[in-house]
Design a protein around this ligand. Structure first.
Ligand code: UDX
Length: 450
């Protein structure tokens, strides 16, 4: 059991609704139930709701299956598609996705607006609506006005979520900070009091809380993601310099990471960032800053994005080089399809971009991944996938490590050598020990490493 409701906190328990049951909402709903609250999870996607109602996660996330089946089993967690069900709840979490708009950098807020539309007819005086989705600054004030036009005695708070996929349950149950964006009047105190009840367990463990206004809360989330993306692109730019000058970016990252003002985390050079958050969040930030007349202040984020995308074409170039100038007809095994380990999420996955580029160049690519193979087969029908690592590397001319799943990092290079035709590996995550692989007879190449 990951987390049991704490009897000492029983008085803080509430009935809450969670609107939108994707990565954010499904984890939030299951976690709120684990903390002791009664939860109604809502989504417009019937098959997804059916799975969740059976206590089965619609995607892979460590610990989520256990939390869901516990919550559903004890009756504290239910799922449905009828918005009228929110009537039973006093707090309503908005957890829908805010993807990138087609043909634009800006965020697409249609799902969020639809979620609020669905909620409005059922809002009661004293209800608290809590925005958790990542939004362009100014969205909360706009939604507050819409809510007050229908129910003036309801309150809106903005409480961004910082969870990482692969660690989402832990990050939700034990966040490293809480941010409450609340109105600057007495209703703000009501919002803080209710949010403190929601997060009573985290607060009992001394989690820091920043109580602020809407714009600061909204900006905090995008600023955090922009900073992380910048850190990754910075070290990838240093990787280019290391390549040009004969240095080693892993040692460089270790060396600058010892400076506590810099820190070693998120200085992993390689194929760069992907996923459903960092890429689209920095683009939406740039788009919103332009609208506010502050675009020049975040021009650097365009370069952060460009550096990141160049990593993918660089990996393709390295594969061509390692294949003697052409990948046409070459059998290339790709280890890892998810945008990061411990996830089956392939949204904006760097590994799949590389796989597509190499396929276009005529390579015979086979991809394997411990969790994401089904998703790849559905969304990238021209790519060959297999759940078997042995099948993926069988007779390969080249192996690419593109997502650093633990089982790939721990592979025995001597055993693997027996399966491939040519023992050549490109390490897109700088996750392998070059000496070990070279000692086993492999030609090893990292990104920005000697
Ligand atoms: C991110 C934020 O970390 C999280 O706080 C926010 O709520 C959502 O967006 P997530 O998308 O789950 O979370 O992934 P994250 O762990 O940040 O990794 C993003 C990408 O950066 C991955 O593709 C990862 O492989 C890459 N990355 C990460 C690097 O290339 N180098 C690093 O050093 C770290």
């Amino acid at each position: 059991m990951i987390n049991l409701p704490d009897p000492e906190l029983a008085e803080s328990y509430l009935t809450v609704s969670v609107i939108g049951c994707g990565y954010l909402g499904a984890v939030h709903a299951a976690s709120m139930a684990a903390l002791g609250h009664t939860v109604i999870g809502l989504d417009v996607d019937q098959p997804k709701i059916d799975r969740l109602a059976q206590g089965r996660p619609p995607f892979y996330e460590p610990q989520l299956a256990e939390l869901l089946s516990d919550g559903v089993g004890v009756g504290r967690l239910r799922f449905g598609t009828d918005p009228a069900e929110v009537r039973q709840a006093r707090i309503h979490f908005l957890c829908v996705g805010t993807p990138q708009q087609q043909g634009s950098y800006a965020a697409d807020l249609r799902h969020l607006d639809a979620a609020v539309d669905g909620l409005l007819p059922y809002l009661k005086p004293g209800d608290l609506v809590v925005g958790k989705s990542t939004v362009p600054v100014g969205t909360a004030a706009r939604l507050r006005d819409r809510i007050h036009a229908v129910e003036p005695a309801a309150v809106l708070a903005w409480n961004p979520e910082f969870l990482r996929e692969g660690h989402a349950v832990k990050d939700t149950l034990a966040p490293d900070r809480l941010v409450y964006g609340v109105p600057d009047d007495a209703t703000g105190d009501v919002a803080v009091e209710l949010l403190n009840r929601v997060y009573a367990k985290a607060l009992a463990n001394s989690t820091p809380v920043v109580i602020t206004d809407y714009p600061t809360a909204e900006l905090t989330k995008v600023a955090a993601n922009a900073f992380l993306a910048t850190k990754i692109s910075f070290i990838n730019a240093m990787a280019d310099l290391c390549e040009a000058a004969g240095g080693d970016v892993v040692q460089l990252a270790d060396a600058i990471g010892h400076d506590r003002r810099i820190g070693r985390r998120f200085l992993g050079a390689g194929l760069g960032f992907g996923g459903g958050c960092l890429p689209k969040d920095i683009r939406a930030f740039v788009a919103r800053a332009d609208e506010l007349g502050a675009g020049s202040s975040v021009t650097f984020l365009r370069e952060v994005d460009a550096i990141n995308l160049r990593r993918r074409s660089l990996m393709t170039e390295l594969a061509v080089e390692a294949s003697g100038g052409s990948v046409a007809g070459r059998r290339i095994a790709i280890l890892g399809a998810a945008f990061k380990p411990e996830s089956d999420d392939i949204r904006d996955s760097p590994a799949l971009d590389v796989a597509e580029q190499l396929t276009t160049l005529g390579a015979r690519v086979v991809i394997t991944d411990p969790q994401a193979v089904d998703n790849v087969a559905r969304s990238h029908p021209r790519l060959s996938v297999t759940t078997s690592l042995d099948d993926a590397v069988d007779c390969a001319d080249l192996v690419l490590l593109l997502t650093e799943w633990r089982q790939y990092v721990q592979l025995d290079p001597t055993v693997l050598r027996e399966l491939v035709d040519r023992p050549v590996i490109l390490d897109g995550r700088n996750a392998l020990d070059p000496d070990r692989w070279r000692a086993a007879g492999w030609t090893y190449r990292g990104m920005g490493r000697r």
